[in-house]
Design a protein around this ligand. Structure first.
Ligand SMILES: Nc1ncnc2c1ncn2[C@@H]1O[C@H](COP(=O)(O)OP(=O)(O)O)[C@@H](O)[C@H]1O
Ligand SMILES: O=c1ccn([C@@H]2O[C@H](COP(=O)(O)OP(=O)(O)O)[C@@H](O)[C@H]2O)c(=O)[nH]1
Length: 262
């Protein structure tokens, strides 16, 4: 039987990684919804596609409109990260001619729901592969190394577990927080130019609810792993940037204190 991952890979035109092991195929099959029960008892050993000792993954979380994308853009300038916004990748796939997921993605985004993880994870994995294949110059990119800011992901526990286990174990979660009132204000302002179908009050309220119900448990999960740095995003863009920059400097120096408020 064709696994969900294979089916999605085909549809997204994703080539299999030459180094991907047979075991990995078995594992992807085992992770499909039809095999969910088998996964718990399966003794298949999986290894992530990317090696954590070479690839740094920083997850960037926070409510809709907290300023994740804005701060990621700043950190790209500072540290040469590759910035992958899960939302942007989904919107690109939604608009890709011939995508069989376009309609499904559009509906999920409009309703503030989370797109099934197989789609998002494959898009991220594919984008990471493409960035590494570019053999970028600059700090952090020599000899097969790479550094990624993964923005707006993982938003749900299943995504977090699967990405860490099968794609690349994350090093850190930067968690940007501010009030719902502030996020709403920012998003309604962004709506004037973003052209996003979900930047309207009805969709925003739904996104807030999904964020509380589904994304907060992800933050809790990483808190238990001592991987979270919380950054108050209520201040000005530049003030928030200074804090975020210090956090990343400490990460690369190996001096970061986890589960702290920066
Ligand atoms: N610290 C801040 N103060 C005021 N406005 C901000 C701040 N950070 C971001 N914004 C603005 O708020 C809106 C949402 O920011 P964005 O980075 O797109 O959020 P997210 O990626 O978390 O949804 C944007 O229009 C952005 O310019
Ligand atoms: O891993 C992800 C990330 C995003 N989304 C969808 O994309 C939307 C927009 O996410 P994005 O991060 O672009 O925007 P934000 O809500 O943070 O402003 C979300 O509401 C979800 O519908 C998703 O399904 N899975």
């Amino acid at each position: 039987m064709t696994g969900v991952f294979e089916k999605i890979s085909e549809a997204l035109h994703i080539k299999k990684h030459p180094q991907e092991h047979e075991q990995k195929e078995e594992s992807a099959e085992a992770q499909s919804p039809a095999h969910a029960d088998a996964t718990a008892s399966a003794s298949v050993i999986t290894s992530p596609v990317f090696d954590k000792s070479k690839i740094t993954v920083v997850f960037v979380l926070g409510g809709p409109g907290a300023g994740k994308g804005t701060q990621c853009a700043n950190l790209v300038q500072d540290f040469g990260f590759c910035h992958l916004s899960a939302g942007d990748l989904l919107r690109a796939e939604q608009n890709r001619a011939g995508s069989e997921y376009g309609e499904m993605i559009r509906n999920c985004i409009k309703e503030g729901q989370i797109v099934p993880m197989e789609v998002t994870i494959k898009l991220l994995e594919n984008a990471m592969r493409a960035a590494l294949a570019e053999e970028r110059a600059g700090e952090g990119w020599a000899e097969g190394r790479g550094r990624f800011l993964i923005d707006g992901f993982p938003r749900k526990m299943d995504q977090a577990l699967k990405f860490d286990e099968e794609v690349c174990e994350s090093s850190l979660v930067m968690f940007f927080t501010t009030t719902e009132d502030e996020m709403l204000k920012r998003l309604l302002e962004r709506a004037k130019t973003s052209g996003r179908e979900d930047d309207n009050e009805e969709s925003i309220r739904k996104r807030f609810r999904v964020y509380k119900e589904q994304t907060m448990p992800v933050v809790e999960h990483y808190n238990e792993q001592h991987k979270v740095v919380t950054i108050d995003a209520s201040a000005s863009i530049e003030e928030v940037h200074e804090k975020a920059k210090t956090v990343v400097e400490e990460l690369f120096k190996g001096e970061i204190a986890r589960n702290v408020t920066a």
